[in-house]
Write a protein that binds this ligand. Structure first.
Ligand code: AHR
Length: 505
């Protein structure tokens, strides 16, 4: 008989603060993410607050969105911020291109509207600057327009447009995927351009945090070494990484494809470890460069330009999400932010809409279940007797083919954190496609929580179960009380393909 799986929370081994920014989001002018997703406009019959749909605001607040990156993505490197300020009727209609989608951009959503959305949902704004088709002056002006306090023409213009106080935008992306859609740079030339942009952006506002465009280890090494050789490593506060992956179609996947999708966490971990080594070699640990997982998520082949980058979002996607969160929490000391792509409708979206209907995807429920980890101290976990699934190579995966060697997949993934008031939050996932799993949750290295707690479980009646306009609550979290009576912990039964979060102490 197989021994029981045990997960032990090591109470006295902290692995870093889980910055709320690790649970960030990304909204690009792409498909129906912004227009017709979040934004319906002032004249829409859909109830809205200054053009932003009310049901989306409520759902995002319930999910706790700490940070939002905008306006791209590839869109960022063809976006000119001045097109999106001033009276809407006078804003130009421009041609926009991102990921092969070419549309007319009305510029109805610009800087002020985006800042309004951030205020409405309580998110920190993160602006992605245009390097590919912009200029240093244009980006420095955007920083001054947003953050300036001096009595300049740009600041007067911001005030005239309705925003009296400085917007205090801290996070500025210096381009996006500049190795590709953001200008087809090579790493060394990008590094030199980064130096110029960073110099004038920081001269405009010394409190900004810059995000440099990273890519694969080869690009990252050249970028880091070039900055270091020019004494400019300190100008890079964050190094961005993007990670997308898939395994067969969004629905109608095989059992093997079901499991392959759960490799996302391991792929992200490989990216983090490689970037961390490079940063450590270059800085000797003397200067902090945060690893920014600027965009991450499942990108199903079905989510392409024809479908406006949308796909059915299933319980399988939700289970694949937790592997990434758990990885981020384990590396909380080194990762400074992470943004799921994208916040509404596009790709691995937590929310989807159709007309006046809006629903939370199973992935959205995972975000809500994990939100209590935000700001907590990540605690180390010990795993014993975790069942594994040997994987066989899938040769038909498309561009997102994983680069990590194929390893057996652990069927349990988990996170634990201690929040500011001493409460314990534990999340546990059973990845098995069909079998429930008994797990003993134990505590070591400190006083075990005792007494009553609560456990929320996200499970579904099938692996490809999804929510939609007709059945928005088919996959939902069920809460129940649990009691820990003994210091040796508690035995839990995790349904197949399920995610749970426990609140203890
Ligand atoms: O999220 C969709 C696209 O993926 C973004 O525009 C780009 O940065 C990445 O390739």
């Amino acid at each position: 008989m197989a021994s029981t799986t045990t997960v032990t929370v090591v109470m006295n081994e902290e692995m870093g603060t889980i910055s709320p920014r690790l649970h960030g989001h990304f909204a690009e002018h792409l498909g129906r993410c912004v227009y017709d997703g979040l934004w319906v406009g002032l004249d829409s019959p859909v109830p809205n607050e200054g053009g932003w749909r009310r049901d989306a605001i409520a759902a995002l607040k319930a999910m706790t969105v700490p940070m939002l990156r905008w306006p791209g993505g590839c869109f960022a490197d063809s976006y000119h911020w001045r097109d999106g300020i001033g009276p809407t009727s006078r804003r130009p209609r421009t041609l926009a291109e991102s990921c092969g989608e070419r549309v007319v951009e009305t510029n109805a959503v610009g800087t002020h509207e985006f800042l309004d959305l951030c205020r409405l949902i309580g998110a920190e704004p993160y602006l992605a600057g245009n390097v590919g088709s912009g200029t240093v002056q244009e980006l420095a002006d955007w920083v001054q327009y947003c953050n300036g306090a001096a009595d300049t023409t740009l600041v007067r213009e911001r005030v005239a447009n309705g925003h009296v106080d400085p917007m205090k935008v801290r996070l500025w992306g210096i381009g996006n995927e500049n190795w590709g859609c953001g200008g087809n740079y090579d790493a060394e030339i990008y590094a030199h351009d980064f130096r110029r942009y960073e110099t004038f952006v920081r001269q405009t506002d010394p409190f900004v945090e810059t995000v440099a465009c990273g890519f694969d280890p080869k690009w990252n090494r050249v970028l880091i070494e070039t900055l270091k050789a020019n004494n400019k490593l300190g100008g890079m506060n964050h190094l961005s990484l993007h990670r997308y992956w898939n395994a067969g179609p969004a629905v109608g996947f095989s059992e093997e494809e079901y499991y392959h999708l759960h490799r996302g966490g391991e792929l992200v971990e490989g990216d983090i470890i490689a970037a961390k080594q490079l940063i450590h070699e270059a800085t000797g640990g003397r200067h902090r460069v945060g690893i920014a997982l600027d965009e991450w998520g499942v990108w199903h082949p079905d989510a392409n330009v024809t479908s406006q980058f949308e796909a059915v979002s299933t319980q399988r996607d939700a289970v694949a999400t937790t592997g990434v969160f758990d990885t981020l929490h384990r590396h909380a000391a080194d990762v400074s932010m992470a943004n799921i792509a994208q916040i509404v409708n596009v790709l691995h979206a937590p929310l989807q809409t159709r007309g006046g209907a809006l629903w939370m995807t199973p992935t959205g429920h995972v975000f809500a279940l994990y939100a209590p980890h935000q700001g907590g101290q990540s605690l180390r976990l010990d795993f014993q007797n975790v069942p594994i699934r040997p994987l066989s190579a899938l040769t038909h995966l498309n561009w997102a083919t994983p680069t990590e060697p194929l390893r057996d997949l652990p069927l349990v993934t988990a996170s634990a954190s201690r929040n500011l008031v001493g409460g314990l939050v534990v999340s546990l996932t059973n990845r098995h496609h069909a079998d429930p799993l008994a797990v003993i949750l134990r505590f070591a290295g400190g006083e075990a929580p005792q007494g009553m707690g609560r456990m929320g479980t996200l499970a579904a009646d099938s692996l490809d179960a999804a929510n939609n306009a007709e059945d928005p609550h088919r996959v939902a979290v069920k809460w129940r009380e649990i009691e820990i009576r003994s210091s040796s912990g508690v035995t839990l039964t995790l349904p197949p393909a399920s995610v749970q979060t426990l609140h203890l102490g």
